[in-house]
Design a protein around this ligand. Structure first.
Ligand code: G6P
Length: 607
């Protein structure tokens, strides 16, 4: 979703702002703009479309050493140049960039219009610039504090005034804002990717805080002017992790990274001697872990699918009742918080609004909520009661891949920990670990056959509709496969339990609608084969993702991709990789923008 960058320091601001915006592209956007100040004049450039369009209108040598920039993902008002940020007040004194949604902007705007102000955009954000200008009496920080107290909704704001050279004011409520500390220069960003090329020293701005930033320092206060002590943290990501490093797309790079990222998620978390998992970040004593009677998981998108898969693991293996729910539904159904229940909020970004707000509601009701997140320092891990970082490194492609397999890894570890505290024997625990440790190599072996999926994509990317079918732990994998395909190729795809096909989806079967079946060598294999035959009998095309050596499946299916033979426990890791690759190659075949699919955003910070 929208991205923010701000700069103040000795260097010309424009190139730094544009480079920062380029790094924020992955969040998803439809227009972009910058404002740079020089000799007490604010100059704004903004364009619909990609950063390349913006570059065309920004002069190569634009003077001015402080400024702000924004990538917009439209919520209020159509996608055009005017609605793009930064927004200025009528006198061009103040410029602001804003992430989030101002829920009471209509009433604020009407009031300002009654006073004679004339608005130029259809956005909710413009009202912020007008409000600050209205309240300004020579002190931008004060005006911002007064203005934000009139706002209802969410915001991450950075603003500047032409009469206060070199000063940026940042404020946050619900939309992330991070300060980057350089050598005599400062940065503000909506996430660390915007600033990591310049500094690794960061300070996370919290809700209700306002930060006044100049090249040589910053001061953080709350809305009542009380100063707030901030901790300077060091980003552990490396710059090259947000570069493509020879791959054509970030998604391709992230799919191929998975053997390493799964390994990273496992590192330091296996206790071989005791045949169990070690998850210190859960912040729970042995007694507390022992007393868990139920697990409830909530998330959105791909993270929801990882959570759904975890519910199979926890019930089957750890014998703990577990349910998984969409965070957006959980939040509004006044959930009951039961005793001895732990909740997991799963989120790659750690910022997804639906998941974050569901977490806060559960916490208000007294629940213990643990996070399974990737982005260190993001809001969910900071506000949760403990959790597991999956350490996948930055995931830049909008379609999530490596985060999914690492989220699974975290849940496998938690399952092992829970099972060992209950009925699982030491030997069984050690066998579980052995299987888990074999995953990275088996994933590598699966990736080595990517070329076969390229061929399949050539054949099947002409399809208008696709079915993805699996059972047991591979049912969530089927859902994930369908999500991947629709997200980046725009082919309509549905995921179903293979058993469910006769309750509806079979009506869709014809020669043009391929069905992709996940057929690992597990206890449900024969039943899935029967479902495949039902489709074949109706002249449907069948693609099977099976296990090497399964000739029966190969004989029935029109096309097969075989993953290496492995224990049933870890099949989901091997089954999902071909689906990610198939989606990727189909999108390439169709000439889609793989990393930034239309209308989607990486981190959905609005409801
Ligand atoms: C968006 C992204 C998806 C992601 C979902 C949840 O919809 O496009 O790729 O799975 O949000 O994101 P999270 O960061 O909470 O895992």
């Amino acid at each position: 979703m929208c991205g923010i960058i701000g700069y103040c320091g000795p260097r010309p601001a424009a190139p730094i702002l544009i480079e920062g915006l380029k790094r924020l592209e992955y969040r998803g956007y439809d227009s972009a703009g910058i404002c740079v100040a020089d000799h007490e004049v604010l100059t704004v450039f903004k364009k619909k479309g990609k950063i390349a369009e913006l570059r065309k209108v920004v002069p190569a040598k634009l003077p001015g050493c402080y400024g702000i920039g924004h990538t917009r993902w439209a919520t209020h008002g159509e996608v055009n140049d005017i609605n793009a940020h930064p927004h200025v007040d009528e006198k061009n004194d103040i410029a602001i960039v804003h992430n989030g949604i101002i829920e009471n902007y209509t009433s604020l705007r009407e009031k300002l219009e009654e006073e004679g102000h004339v608005f130029h955009t259809q956005t909710d954000s413009e009202v912020i610039a007008y409000l600050i200008a209205d309240l300004y009496e020579g002190d931008l920080e004060r005006a911002v504090k007064q203005a934000v107290q009139l706002l209802k909704g969410t915001y991450g704001i950075v603003c500047m005034h032409r009469n206060e050279p070199g000063l940026l004011i940042g404020a946050r409520n619900g939309s992330p804002l991070v300060l980057g500390i350089g050598d005599d220069e400062m940065f503000l960003g909506s996430d660390v990717t915007a600033i990591i090329a310049h500094t690794k020293q960061v300070v996370y701005v919290e809700d209700g805080e306002v930060v006044a930033v100049r090249a040589d320092g910053f001061i953080t206060t709350d809305l009542r002017d009380r100063s707030v002590d901030k901790k300077v943290e060091t980003i552990t990501w490396e710059l090259q992790e947000i570069e493509k490093e020879g791959f054509d797309h970030f998604m391709q790079k992230e799919i191929f990274e998975q053997s390493q990222t799964i390994l990273r998620a496992l590192q330091g978390r296996l206790d071989h001697e005791n045949g169990t998992g070690k998850l210190d970040g859960l912040n729970m004593s042995k007694q507390e872990l022992h007393s868990i009677e139920r697990v409830k998981i909530f998330a959105a998108g791909t993270s929801y699918h990882a959570g759904l898969l975890a519910s199979y693991l926890l019930e089957n293996i750890a014998r703990i009742p577990c349910t998984t729910e969409l965070a957006s539904e959980l939040r509004y159904r006044n959930p009951l918080v039961e005793r001895n229940t732990v909740y997991f909020a799963v989120s790659q970004s750690g910022e997804t609004a639906d998941t974050l707000y569901a977490m806060r509601e559960l916490q208000r009701k007294g629940a213990r909520v643990l996070g399974i997140c990737n982005v260190v320092g993001s809001t969910i891990p900071r506000e949760s009661d403990g959790g597991v970082y999956i350490h996948s490194g930055p995931e830049i492609a909008v379609a999530s891949t490596k985060a999914f397999t690492s989220q699974l890894t975290a849940f496998y570890l938690f399952t092992l920990l829970m099972a060992r505290m209950r009925h699982m024997s030491l030997d069984q625990g050690r066998v579980f670990i052995r299987h888990l440790e074999s995953v990275p190599d088996l994933v590598s072996a699966t990736l080595a056959k990517a070329g076969e999926l390229k061929v399949l994509a050539k054949k099947y990317s002409v399809a208008q509709d696709f079915l993805f079918l699996g059972r047991g732990t591979n049912y969530p994998v089927a859902l994930e496969g369908a999500l991947k395909l629709k997200e980046i190729s725009y082919i309509h795809a549905e995921g179903y339990s293979a058993a469910e096909i006769k309750h509806g989806p079979i009506a869709l079967i014809n020669e043009k609608t391929p069905s992709l079946f996940l057929v690992p060598n597990d206890s449900l294999r024969d039943k899935v084969i029967s479902n495949m035959k039902e489709v074949k009998a109706r002249k449907g095309k069948v693609i099977a993702i099976s296990v090497e050596g399964d000739n029966e499946v190969a004989d029935i299916a029109d096309d097969v991709f075989a993953v290496p033979a492995a224990d049933e426990l870890i099949h989901p890791f091997l089954m999902v990789v071909p689906l990610q690759l198939l989606a990727y190659y189909c999108a390439l075949e169709l000439g889609r923008d793989v990393d930034q699919p239309r209308n989607l955003a990486k981190s959905v910070t609005v409801e």
